[in-house]
Design a protein around this ligand. Structure first.
Ligand SMILES: Cc1cc2nc3c(=O)[nH]c(=O)nc-3n(C[C@H](O)[C@H](O)[C@H](O)COP(=O)(O)O)c2cc1C
Length: 177
């Protein structure tokens, strides 16, 4: 039985949903443990065959706990050949879901002492009814200038689930399943 750790930073749950889909895809072949980066507890990464570090973007940034976790676990992340996953709404645009075209990944690689060999980007979800007033206004403004959904009564999931499935197959291969 292989063991995977999901080290996760999420605000509205879409990053968790993506990882849950991977866990379902792998089924009983893989035991998946969850570690919430925001709780900042310690965890032993050497227990795992593969570590997936997944974090979403808010106002252009990752949650600061992502960088604290990386600083504390740099050597173990390198040894594990861990994978980094970024979830954001810019990635709904063609090509913006490629690490080489992502400003968020460029910035991440500048700030992070860990330079992951594997990086994946998935488009997230736009959940207007769940946002606070300020966030709703800001996100609507961003959507207006970038040609996205502006109807604040709507929830739109931009995640490409086929891309998630293909990524899940790649990880299965890495786990030698
Ligand atoms: C307040 C707020 C700010 C956001 N800022 C950005 C942003 O700067 N760039 C971007 O591409 N997506 C942005 N998003 C979209 C989120 O990354 C997207 O909704 C993602 O699915 C969130 O994942 P999570 O639910 O796991 O936190 C923002 C969303 C919210 C609610």
């Amino acid at each position: 039985m292989k063991k995977v750790l999901f080290a996760i930073s999420t605000r509205d749950g879409q990053t968790r949903k993506i990882l849950q889909r991977l866990a379902e895809q792998w089924g009983s072949e893989v035991t998946c443990d969850w570690y919430d980066l925001h709780e900042q507890q310690t965890v032993d990464l050497t227990d795992y065959d593969q570590v997936l570090v997944a974090a979403s973007i808010r106002y252009g940034k990752f949650h600061p706990s992502l960088y604290s976790f990386i600083k504390q676990n740099k050597a173990a992340l390198e040894k594990n050949n861990a994978t980094f996953i970024c979830v954001n709404l810019t990635a709904r645009k063609p090509g913006k879901d490629l690490p080489e075209n992502s400003a968020y990944i460029r910035k991440f690689l500048k700030c992070s002492p860990w330079q992951p060999q594997e990086i994946a980007i998935f488009a997230g979800a736009l959940l207007y009814p769940r946002y606070r007033w300020f966030d709703k206004v800001m996100i609507r403004f961003i959507m207006k200038i970038t040609g996205g959904e502006t109807d604040t009564s709507k929830e739109v999931e931009y995640t490409d689930w086929e891309k998630v499935r293909i990524f899940g197959e790649k990880v299965r291969e890495k786990l030698e399943l």
